[in-house]
Design a protein around this ligand. Sequence first.
Ligand code: C5P
Length: 221
Amino acid sequence: MISLILLAGGRGSRMGAPTPKQFLLLNGKPIARYSFDLFVSMGEISELVVVCDPSYQEIFSTHQKPLAFASPGPRRQDSVYNGLLKCDPRSDLILIHDSARPFVKKNELLDLIEAGLRMGAATLAAPVTSTIKQCGDRIVEKTLNRKSLWEIQTPQALLSPIIRKGFAEVQKLNLEVTDDVSIAEAIGHPVEIVPSSPSNFKLTTPFDLAIANTWIGYASI
Ligand code: C5P
């Protein structure tokens, strides 16, 4: 059994809009509904847990599979934890997705599910195309070898016992994590990279929204 936690609890302040970015309209449809509709259509996913403010719950509905809601927490990782508490305890694999990524594709999800079940922890990621430098106070400390760098995306997949054990460790050590496979890393569990497309980018700024409005004309989603 596979559960999917869809994170839609952020405020998206970097977008500069009064509405959280995941609920802005893209071609007339709320951004969060693009991935939601894909997950609803996939038989591999048994249940959906949407983390969002109660005032936005009406955006999400389905008769095709169980749907639960959880309240957002102050940090992304708190929202994930609240979502995890609403997942069916019989679930084998937990998928977590940022609703601000509307362009994830079904074939990428199938690859991720396969890797998650086999490895215990896996994430979609795209190879880095830019040169990345590590800096301190705007002085370059180090130029990283981009051949070994990946831009981490979502969905990410963790076997239920791994995310539960990892969360206990993260909470015990008071760790801040910005993605979910970091929870597996916290207990020393290996994480597999599943190559995906750069079009699975996260909408953060008005520039990203402009790109998304153009891309939607090309993407068959
Ligand atoms: O802020 P960021 O873009 O990294 O957020 C990634 C995803 O996590 C977004 O879809 C956002 O709605 C969600 N989020 C959340 N609860 C928070 C912060 C972010 O559900 N407290």
